[in-house]
Design a protein around this ligand. Structure first.
Ligand SMILES: C[S@@+](CC[C@H](N)C(=O)[O-])C[C@H]1O[C@@H](n2cnc3c(N)ncnc32)[C@H](O)[C@@H]1O
Length: 215
């Protein structure tokens, strides 16, 4: 089955080195949660994030939230599996019957539970799960397509095959070399010279995917 994989997704628990920052402490207090259990969010922890390495790529869970909603809304969602690879190297599987909260704050709460429990179920059905897998294992044996502004011009033809379609889910910057190495042999494709948002790229590629696979 095809796979959509969001790469280096900007979603993580507030890292230990900034948990004593006033912006983090007051946010956790307001939400009645432990500082070690809340998601890093640039809109709330901006001042605390100044000291973080690669801060331009971090604290934007809203990006992967929006992209997941798109993939889960598609009438072709049963044709693909959905995975979130995080900036920290974690792999999350999102079952395609998951009804993800549309409200951002509720999404944040759900993901905080996931990071704590490692699994979210509805009865016996696993909806979200942190896997003990590596990115390299997810793409093994697949025709790996990397959406990148530096790639060759996109042609719908490449959407035929047993695909792993990879899209960055962070706000700024480039992929880490280590991530690209894990992808192994991949084809980088560009949908234009501009650097687009993850949401725009996901919607564009999903529309092409639906068109190619429906015919
Ligand atoms: C990481 S972001 C934008 C990063 C951008 N370099 C910046 O600093 O603003 C969005 C993701 O969408 C994809 N993307 C953005 N522009 C693209 C383009 N022109 N063609 C194909 N994919 C693109 C890539 O997968 C990228 O990782």
């Amino acid at each position: 089955m095809d796979r959509f994989i969001f790469l280096e997704s900007s979603i993580e628990i507030v890292p230990a080195e900034i948990r004593n920052h006033p912006a983090v402490i007051s946010d956790a207090r307001r939400r009645k949660k432990k500082v070690s259990e809340i998601l890093l969010d640039d809109s709330k922890h901006h001042s605390a994030m100044e000291r973080l390495k690669f801060r331009e790529k971090r604290g934007r869970p809203d990006i992967v939230h929006q992209c997941l909603l798109l993939l889960l809304d598609s009438p072709m969602r049963n044709n693909y599996e959905i995975y979130v690879h995080t900036l920290g190297g974690m792999i999350i599987r999102v079952a395609n019957e998951t009804r993800l909260p549309r409200n951002y704050n509720r999404f944040v709460g759900l993901m905080e539970n996931l990071f704590k429990e490692r699994i979210i179920k509805d009865g016996e059905k696993i909806l979200l799960e942190i896997l003990d897998s590596k990115l390299s294992e997810l793409v093994k044996g697949k025709d790996v397509i990397l959406l990148s502004e530096k790639g060759e011009k996109f042609s719908p033809e490449i959407l035929k095959g047993d695909l792993a379609i990879c899209i960055g889910a962070f706000a700024h910057g480039d992929f880490f070399k280590s991530t690209l190495k894990e992808l192994g042999n991949f084809k980088a494709v560009s949908i234009g010279k501009e650097s687009f948002s993850s949401l725009y790229v996901t919607s564009k590629i999903l529309a092409e995917y639906e068109r190619v696979r429906a015919t």
